[in-house]
Structures are given as structure tokens and as C-alpha cells.
Design a protein around this ligand. Sequence first.
Ligand code: ES4
Ligand code: ZN
Length: 326
Amino acid sequence: MTPAELARAIPKAELHIHIEGSLEPELIFALAKRNGVVLPYASVEALRAAYAFTDLQSFLDIYYAGASVLLKEADFYDMAWAYFERAKADNVVHTELFFDPQTHTTRGVPMATVIQGLSRACLDAKEKLGVSALLILCFLRHLSEDDAIATLEAALPYREHFIGVGLDSSELGHPPEKFERVFARCRELGLKLVAHAGEEGPPEYMWQAIDLLKVHRIDHGVACLQDPLLMAELAHTRLPLTVCPLSNLKLCVVNDLRDHPLKKMLDAGLCVTVNSDDPAYFGGYMNTNFVQTTEALGLSRDEVITLARNSFEAAFIDADRRQVLM
Ligand code: ES4
Ligand code: ZN
């Protein structure tokens, strides 16, 4: 079996997927029709043609526009279900989904609609596909900390439906320190903590996520290569980094997949994992990321196995399940 064949076949966890980023253009158009939403694109092809990004913000503008078709509980369910079927096909046995409630509540969609639709899909994923799925509520960092606190309060009646919180959207100019109070409150509530850091932002934002937010994982984190002390710290603590190679390519964080730092991160002993981020926008789901990265970087079978094991080491699962999977 070649390393790429192994990458496809091996059971794995996906830990960095924005569920709104799994909305395929066909589903966007189908939901627009079902809900009577008028889109600023004439066709599926015209929408897909707009997917030429130069940086994170150019992507986020289109990503938030795509999410505007989500209105009813069934829309959230259908979106997540479509992702779970793709995950199953890629031998993903466990997944942790990010969702962005503020993208929906600011349009008048109730928190209950968002969480109940996603949660019901998670239950069915386990029951019908054998894929375990957990939800992570993300705060939009371009909005205020007070807005994040209000979002947390609105979500607390549904506390049992999400395992943790994250921080996403426009990174530059919105450092982790802006969210220190809300993360402290989430920590008191026993929520798992993650944050996007070091995607476009500097290593300093990763230090802030570690020291001020006290995160259990960092999403992306590719900027750590600029800071040898940070590399040493991450190797020592094994704080996981959920890396998204095709996202980094499509958002011009790297210019060529062959230049992606994932192998250097593995060589340094970091707990790195491979993930799809926004698969409908960045050219592929889990196995496309795994296979293209394996081929571009010439990863060995052992390195593929390490990546899969890292995904279970980094997952928010019980020790018993971890032992079985690793
Ligand atoms: C995102 Cl790639 C990325 N970075 C930050 N926030 C996001 N939300 C959805 N995708
Ligand atoms: Zn992300």
C-alpha cells in the first residue's frame, strides 16, 4: 500500500471543519430555493467561479454570503448530514464541528434552531453512520467580546449540545487577548477551549491563545515556524495544532503545497493533525487534504500513521475510546 493509499484507508478524526464551510454550491442553491432567498449569483457555476481567494478576508466575505440561505432547523440538519456522509466516505470515525452562531443569530435565526438542527444531525451520524460527532461553538473575533458573552449566554440553555468553544473569522487586528474574559468564563463552565491562531497572524497570537486563553488546541498555528521558542514549547507540551493544508493553499498562506510546513512540524515532534477547514470552498474534504499533502510532501507510511494517531490524541474523546482508536 502506498502512503497515499494508506492515507485514504486509515481511520481518522477531523477536528477543524467549519460546518458552514461544508455548504456546497448545489446545496446553497437548493436551500435558497426552498427558503425563497435571492442570491447575488445567477447559477451554481457563477457562484463557484467566485471562489478565487487572495487572503482570509476575501474568503470570509463569500462564506458569510453563502450561509445566508440557512434559516430553518432542517437547513442546519441537511448541511451537517451532507458533511457526515462525506466524512464517512473518507474513513473519518470521529469529528468535531465548528459552528458560528453569530452568523445566524444576527440574521434573526434563533440559537435553538441552529443548535437543535446540528445536534440532531450529530445524533444521527453516530446512529446511522457510526461517526461520532461533537459541536464546538465559535465566537466571531471581528465582533466585540460583549457580543461573544451575549452569544455564550444565549447558548447556555443548550449547554449539553456543545463540548467547547472556539474563536474564528478575521484574525489580524483581533488578537486572542480581546477574548480573555469570555474564555475565562467558558473555562469555569468546563468547556473545552480552542482558538484559531497563527493562520495569518503572528506567533504572538499563538502565545496569547496559550497563556491568556489557556486553549486545549490551536487551530492552524502554521506561524509557529517563525518562533523557535514556540516550536520548543509546542513539542514539549504536545498542545495540538489542527492544520488545514488546502485551506492554507487557497488562502495564499502558502504558495505551493510542496512548501507547506506540515512535515517540518512533524519532524519537530509537534502534535499536528490534517483537516479540511471549509471543504466546499477549498477544493476538498478530509481525504483530498490527506492524500494531496502526503504526495506533495512525500510523507512516509509512518508519518501518515502518526498524523492519524495525532488526530485521536488531540480529540475531545474519553480515554477508553482513545485507547481503542490509537
Ligand atoms: C475560517 Cl479558514 C478560516 N479562518 C478563520 N475563520 C474561519 N471561519 C471559517 N473559515
Ligand atoms: Zn478554520
